[in-house]
Write a protein that binds this ligand. Sequence first.
Ligand code: SAH
Ligand code: SF4
Ligand code: F3S
Length: 476
Amino acid sequence: MDLMAIGDKVHDETRQGEAFSPFANDPNRYAKHFYIESYGCAMNFADSEVIASILNNAGFGATRNLEEASLILLNTCSIREKAEQTVRKRLTEFRKIKEKTPGLLIGMLGCMAERLKAQLLEEEKLVDLVVGPDAYRSLPALIEEAGSGQKAVNVLLSRDETYGDIAPIRIDSNGISAFVSIMRGCNNMCSFCVVPFTRGRERSRDANSILHEVSNLVENGYKEVTLLGQNVDSYYWIDEQKDETITFALLLEKVALVSPDLRVRFSTSHPKDITDEVLHTIAKYENICKYIHLPVQSGSNRVLQLMNRTYTREWYMAKVDRIRELLPGCGISSDIITGFCTETEDDHRDTLDIMRYSGYDMSYMYFYSERPGTLAARRYTDDIPEEVKKRRLQEVVDLQGILSTQSNQNDLGKTFKVLVEGNSRKNEQEWMGRTSQNKVLVFPKKNIDEQLKGSYVMVKVTGHTRTTLLGERNKE
Ligand code: SAH
Ligand code: SF4
Ligand code: F3S
């Protein structure tokens, strides 16, 4: 799944149709305020919305102003060493605020809290609370405990917690797109990955609560949902009342049927699990986006085996063929790791080769970062020198640049249905939206007062930059 921009996203003042936001309310309504920053993947951003809801019920309003907060929370990521360093650096910046704010509490939440547990309190003296991803319901009690001067920790992982009954509060939403968590945890054991240790066993959320959340979003004017899980294709829920087994394909269909005006996305698909049934469902519904994030990690069979990805390069390439066959024009993106243990130049060339074969529109690319406790850390030596890892990463990045440019050139002259998200970041005379294939498309406004946010418009691609398509609205 893609890693999001680090830190608090920019608040969009022009948000529309939001049901309830703690920001929108009279700030005096709450005696206490919390400030939250989220790091890492979309799951963490979605969790922060659940946390906001839990805290709101406990009498805390959200604030974007650090100085106003009586509780600062960092929802953290452990996926690579650098992700943890970023959080630690941020923490040191809070020291001054803590010194001049009596009673201010600082909490570490999320994957780093889970990985380091009470050890975090030893290492980071500023921290008062350590709360893992399955323990957010206990936050109000822990805050009280920490308020009385004790350090508070809850890092218990659960087999069934999905927060299914908690209505997330969309703290940093644009009012158009929302994340909807459909499952938690991961049962795969990719040898490089810390997630199974920080997020625990896989469990699926009650389909009825998912559909309820999606319906609410539609009622409140949202136009796009992204169904989230580490491995969405293994979603599985039995509705005992209706005697119905709900697979991911069926869930996708049910979500698509909530409203034809709602775009449906999902992330992440594991190449070993994505089925023809899912591909057929995507093909059947216009509102299910034609975009699949299908992380390959490596193109070498030997490395894939060491990574415990449980597919071969041939299997992966056959999946790409199948997507191209059943879903012509579908966007495909990937995650790639360079310099995994024992990776040779030949293995690396296999990765470049599979990238070319797959013709990715976009990739998230990383060099390998050993994570303590993972299978790879226990079994293999992290033996590729950093400069080699980085040089290979640069080659992967350069190749992706070429592939993305080719993909954009292929779009020239084509017309796409774009969901308008808001002003272009660079120029408020222009709109920014996304195609079904998840590409950003920027096009001029007719006039500055035009209201198009949250609308669908047909836009013809007339140019592109390295990362963005440029276009013009079709004459009506
Ligand atoms: N569940 C998702 C991945 C979540 S982590 C999936 O299976 O695709 C997001 C990405 O981070 C992974 O796909 C991988 O490319 C990268 N990643 C995970 N662990 C890493 C590590 N130890 N070093 C470098 N990159 C890593
Ligand atoms: Fe990590 Fe693999 Fe699970 Fe993704 S599928 S979260 S990479 S263990
Ligand atoms: Fe996500 Fe990072 Fe945790 S990628 S699941 S926040 S380790």
